[in-house]
Design a protein around this ligand. Structure first.
Ligand code: 3PG
Length: 312
């Protein structure tokens, strides 16, 4: 019945486009909220290793409860699945903690400007670790990405080396995470949502001992007393809850979209997400921005668009 197929196909395509559009919009909105609360928490209580651990713990708990109450169906996994997940979880843990450390040291907008350079890391990793080669326009598109990030970094009013390096390490780690994830999800019956749930749980196990070693209960207790003495207010606990819940939700939705799209489309969506985060955080936190600093960010983001065109 070829006639039926011809009639149904455009509908299916637009339904799929609409679905991905909704995923993207939800992902960006959840991410903006996460970034705002995460920074509010870090401003009052600058312990990024603990807050990163809490985000993963909250997500893991939410998913365990969803499986136990059958709100979501638990995935059927075997040892092979967990073995393949391990490198993804290591990369996710490093990328997550590095980004949070970065945001504890610099403005949210600065971390995300540097993180908009992720496509450049993706090309370099694919070239040097996977031996992939790209057409010349792809390499040329890296120039505005790298140049724009560099210009934004040198003109950043509150530059901090740990903040800068954290964002760079996060870029590198997330490129590996995305490559391994897409491979790990291919041909598997585990959905994007459950894949991210398992990833959260494994990352939590990896991160907890490091968080205790790097910061630990003594530091947390001292930080808490200090925060209380500065009258952080009763809302603080809700900020922690909000940053943890929204962290899980935005990642879950991003994995649900990764399930449906190519890693390239994913990374373009991710860069566009950063525009909303940069603008929202500058407005909410009254971040001082110099025109040349904003120019650097704009060049870097434009470079990402050129990169996506060149790659297509
Ligand atoms: C994190 O804490 O993992 C980062 O804020 C995530 O950065 P992303 O915008 O690349 O997901």
């Amino acid at each position: 019945r070829p006639l039926d197929i011809n009639i149904e196909l455009p509908d299916e395509q637009s339904a799929q486009k609409l679905k991905i559009g909704i995923y993207f919009a939800t992902w960006w909105a959840l991410n903006v909220v996460f970034n705002i609360y995460n920074k509010k928490v870090l401003n009052a209580f600058p312990y990024p290793w603990l807050t990163s651990t809490l985000s993963l713990a909250c997500g893991s708990l939410m998913m365990l409860v969803s499986w136990a109450t059958r709100i979501a169906e638990a995935p059927k996994t075997d040892l092979d699945f967990w073995k393949t997940l391990f490198p993804v979880a290591v990369a996710h843990t490093i990328g997550h903690v590095a980004a949070t450390v970065s945001m504890s040291k610099v403005a949210v907008s600065f971390t995300h400007i540097i993180k908009s350079g992720e496509p450049a890391f993706s090309v370099l990793v694919s070239r040097f670790f996977l031996g992939e080669t790209f057409p010349l326009p792809v390499y040329l598109s890296l120039l505005p990405i790298i140049g724009g990030c560099a210009l934004a970094a040198v003109t950043e009013l509150n530059f901090n080396m740990i903040g800068f390096m954290g964002a760079m390490i996060s870029n590198l780690a997330f490129v590996f995470r995305n490559i391994f994830s897409k491979k790990g999800m291919k041909g598997k019956s585990v959905s994007g949502m459950n894949y991210y749930a398992c990833l959260s749980m494994m990352s939590l196990l990896i991160l907890t001992p490091f968080a205790i070693a790097v910061e630990g209960p003594k530091m947390w207790a001292a930080g808490w007393e200090n925060a209380v003495s500065q009258q952080i207010g009763p809302n603080f606990v809700w900020w922690v809850v909000a940053q943890s819940v929204f962290y899980h939700l935005y990642n879950q939705v991003s994995y649900m979209s990764l399930d449906q799209i190519s890693p390239l489309t994913f990374s373009i969506g991710n860069t566009m997400k950063r525009i909303s985060v940069i603008v929202a955080s500058i407005i909410i936190f009254h971040t001082p921005v110099q025109p040349v600093n904003a120019l650097g960010a704009a060049i870097a983001i434009l470079g990402t668009f050129l990169y996506s065109q060149a790659k297509m």
